[in-house]
Design a protein around this ligand. Structure first.
Ligand code: 89Y
Length: 347
């Protein structure tokens, strides 16, 4: 199989990092960029040597010979573009959050399933090296069966400077960061059978919630609490965009703390080691660990598209993460816990 040819729709803040991430891999080639503001696409194309530029996705899809499409636009346009790809039997990768509602995401997954094309989700958080190492510790049973965990992303980073549209979202932190943390919770601890959520808003100039607390009841009986905040308050260990994790298990504990330190404690004592991300010249130092995680995320999705492996974050799989995100909003709005079984997931 030769190099896979793809096009990117959307050339906003994240696209330059995703494009740079693709360039780290062999066997894949970006042949076109598209943005409704054509000049933005042209600028990025010049910088990265991409041969074709469009301001109309239909025209791009008519003219270019592609093996897949990478959608990096705002969430409310994902459905339209995913369906365009499905209509042309074109495999597609879509940014998180997959859609602004669960039913829209479900429709997109169904459209691709019916067309027989893969729909993969660019969900990179679980590919951070220190989180992968935490997963290894848990999967190897080094601390026994977890019964409680905390996953924290609590930051005062001025996130609206680079992504001003986040201020306008009626549903903010659970869709922006909750998608990541709840996906990490599933990746580390399996599926949930219920949850309770409380939300809060500290910023007066954002539409959506900037603080959320989600307690997941996992199928195995463990409790996993995901704390997320962009409240803008002063914090001692504020190291955007690091995620801190603490796991209590039957024969030990594990803690992912500041500066990528993972500490594993058993009856033999504490074993500590740092798992920093690889450095890439193209990464924005303020976002280093997330930008670095784009590369293994892409490698996993590319292997699946080339028929050489299994993608972790398929559309089908991501529906299970989105169930949690939207059940969390429902729980917070109704001030109640929500429980389900596999055959009776919440709507
Ligand atoms: O949009 C978000 C993401 O996916 O990673 C961090 C971010 O840029 C701001 O919360």
């Amino acid at each position: 199989m030769g190099s896979l040819r793809f096009a990117i729709l959307g050339t906003g803040f994240w696209s330059r990092f995703q494009l740079a991430g693709w360039k780290e891999l062999d066997g894949v080639e970006c042949v076109a960029l598209c943005d409704r503001t054509g000049s933005k696409a042209e600028k990025l194309a010049r910088e990265f040597g991409v041969p074709a530029v469009y301001d109309d996705a239909e025209e791009l899809l008519r003219r270019e010979r592609l093996d897949f499409l990478d959608i990096i636009t705002d969430a409310h346009t994902h459905g339209k573009f995913v369906r365009m790809a499905a209509d042309r039997r074109l495999p597609v990768i879509c940014q998180k959050p997959l859609a602004p509602s669960y039913s829209e995401a479900e429709g997109m997954v169904a459209a691709c399933r019916e067309a027989g094309v893969p729909l993969l989700v660019h969900e990179n958080w679980r590919w951070q090296p220190q989180i992968r190492q935490m997963k290894r510790v848990l999967d190897e049973g080094r601390i026994g069966e977890p019964f409680r965990a905390r996953i924290d992303f609590i930051s005062s980073f001025p996130v609206f400077n680079n992504q001003p549209f986040l201020r306008e979202l009626e549903q903010f932190i659970l869709t922006d960061i909750g998608t990541h943390l709840l996906d990490v919770a599933r990746c580390l601890f399996g599926e949930a059978e219920g949850l309770t959520c409380l939300t809060h808003r500290v910023h007066r100039d954002t539409k959506g919630e900037d603080v959320a607390t989600v307690m997941l009841a996992m199928e195995g009986g463990a409790a996993v609490v995901c704390n997320m905040a962009y409240a803008g308050n002063a914090l001692e260990h504020d190291r955007f965009p690091e995620t801190y994790i603490f796991v209590e298990a039957e024969s030990g504990s594990a803690e992912l703390g500041p500066d990528y330190w993972l500490r594993v404690t058993t009856g033999d004592g504490t074993f500590a080691r740092r798992y920093p991300p690889p450095r890439y010249a193209w990464a924005d130092p303020s976002y280093e660990v997330i930008h670095a995680s784009i590369v293994p995320c892409h490698a996993n999705l590319l292997a699946a598209l080339r028929g050489e492996g299994r993608a972790e974050t398929t559309g089908e799989d991501n529906l299970l993460t989105l169930k949690l995100v939207f059940a969390a909003y429902e729980s917070a709005a109704g001030r109640r816990s929500i429980h389900w079984s596999r055959s009776n997931l919440p709507e």
